[in-house]
Design a protein around this ligand. Structure first.
Ligand code: ZN
Length: 452
């Protein structure tokens, strides 16, 4: 049993801040309800005298969710590689990212996944939705990433981004890796485990996925009961290409093969049509909005954002600091003169939990309150923030504090599935080793990129 004493519970949706109270958590393996919030009430230490105290005071919230990232880009930070200038997004993929993903080998992959997962936990992020590419190292790659998630103890949904751009053998290997990994997770569950990682069916983008591969992906979605995770209309070119080559918008293509469902994760979607937003909404699909990445790639702004029912926030590989991403999302939207306010983006930030629930709710009792809340019975993915605001912090102004003040440096103690991962800002795993190994593998990666 782990105890947080005298904490104010901060709920993001509906937004609320409680009076100071105690929160007790069942650790993993502690009975049927291991990994969930055990009780909330005053003086719980009396009730659970043997409980370990993990913090006193501050704000306790559900962990944050990053709805779309690329852990393979964790070692791209400050890259010292001769990259030709790019005049558009397609060239940026060619000159930079497709050289990088071809250079990934198992050691580079492991090191980048560990470094990215550790970064996320330190920022108060307890779930990371990853979209992986590495065409020279496909088979088994998702298990390597899973190993990193399990080693640092973070939750997430993994997939391999299937693409035709490296030939049809590569495309088939991508589909196979997604199915293989989904089966691996199914087998772990069947043996009674509650794996920290789940599987989605990954694909790169409409413009690199032809009809044969798209059909195979749709079959994989049906066979595994998962959702597709794909970039659509990140750049205008992707939407134009789909209409030109297939006579359909990118979302219409996915729907036409029966691959769109309420576990689908559509990255970016800047150039989708209003009717495509309606199609996604009708299927309960998620749109992962990555404001900062869109700015960095100069692909435009998603002015249709309010038309999508299930918007979540992602970083698209630019770290995993979701409070920072929240600020970018808010300010870029303000600049676009859109109708949303910080409170709308607080709902968007919180909605990542709904996505996580679609994949992980099955591991919890039917009466579980679900992810994204601090209530008895809820999954214990929690963050204790030691934020000490200069103005009152109440339910009505959490979004204002997130936009104009609070940052991830306030993340003090982080727990995933009832297991403490960061305690008083000290990772409970060997972070110095992870960072040292990452620097070594980053040098190797950059060297291998020069050869490609
Ligand atoms: Zn992406």
């Amino acid at each position: 049993m782990i105890l947080f004493r005298n904490v104010k519970i901060m709920e993001l949706e509906p937004s609320a801040v409680s009076e100071p109270i105690d929160v007790a958590v069942f650790e993993p393996g502690e009975g049927d309800r291991g990994g969930t919030v055990a009780a909330i009430g005053p003086n719980l230490q009396k009730q659970y005298p043997g409980a370990k105290v993990a913090g006193e005071g501050g704000y306790l919230s559900a962990g944050l969710v990053c709805g779309h990232t690329h852990l393979y880009s964790a070692l791209a930070r400050g890259m010292l590689v001769d990259i030709r200038p790019s005049k558009d997004f397609a060239q940026m993929l060619d000159h930079l990212w497709w050289r990088l993903d071809r250079a990934i080998d198992p050691n580079i992959l492991r090191a980048s996944a560990l470094a990215g997962c550790s970064d996320a936990l330190k920022a108060g992020v307890t779930s990371l939705v990853d979209h992986h590419a590495g065409p020279e190292c496909i088979d088994g790659s998702l298990s390597i990433i899973r190993g990193a998630y399990e080693a640092v103890g973070i939750r997430g949904i993994l997939c391999y981004e299937t693409t035709d751009r490296n030939g049809m053998d590569g495309a088939r290997a991508g589909v196979a890796e997604n199915i293989r990994f989904a089966r691996e997770i199914d087998a772990a569950r069947a043996s009674g485990a509650k794996p920290l990682t789940e599987a989605a069916i990954g694909a790169h983008a409409s413009f690199t996925v032809g009809e044969e591969t798209l059909t195979a992906l749709a079959d994989a979605v049906r066979a595994t009961g998962r959702g597709i995770h794909i970039h659509l209309a990140e750049d205008k070119f992707d939407a134009v290409d789909a209409r030109h080559r297939f006579g359909k918008g990118p979302v219409e293509r996915i729907e036409a093969v029966g691959a769109l469902n309420d576990r689908s994760i559509i990255g970016h979607g800047l150039w989708l049509s209003p009717s495509e937003a309606e199609i996604m909404n009708a299927h309960g699909a998620f749109l992962a909005h990555n404001a900062r990445s869109n700015m960095n790639n100069a692909v435009g702004y998603n002015n249709l954002l309010p038309a999508f029912a299930n918007v979540v926030l992602g970083t698209d590989g630019m770290g995993a600091d979701m409070l920072e991403e929240f600020k970018f999302a808010v300010f870029r939207h303000r600049e676009s003169q859109g109708p949303w306010w910080p409170g709308d983006f607080l709902k968007v930030l919180h909605r990542g939990n709904k996505l996580i629930g679609r994949y992980f709710d099955r591991d919890y009792a039917p009466d579980c309150p679900g992810f994204g809340t601090v209530k008895a019975g809820a999954p214990a993915d929690l963050v204790l923030w030691d934020y000490d605001p200069p103005t009152p912090l109440v339910g009505e102004n959490i979004a204002g504090h997130f936009a104009f003040g609070m940052s991830s440096r306030s993340a003090r103690t982080v727990m995933v599935a009832g297991s403490l991962r960061i305690l008083d800002r000290r990772p409970l795993y060997d972070d110095a080793r992870i960072q040292a190994e990452a620097r070594e593998q980053a040098s190797r990666l950059w060297k291998r990129m020069e050869e490609r």
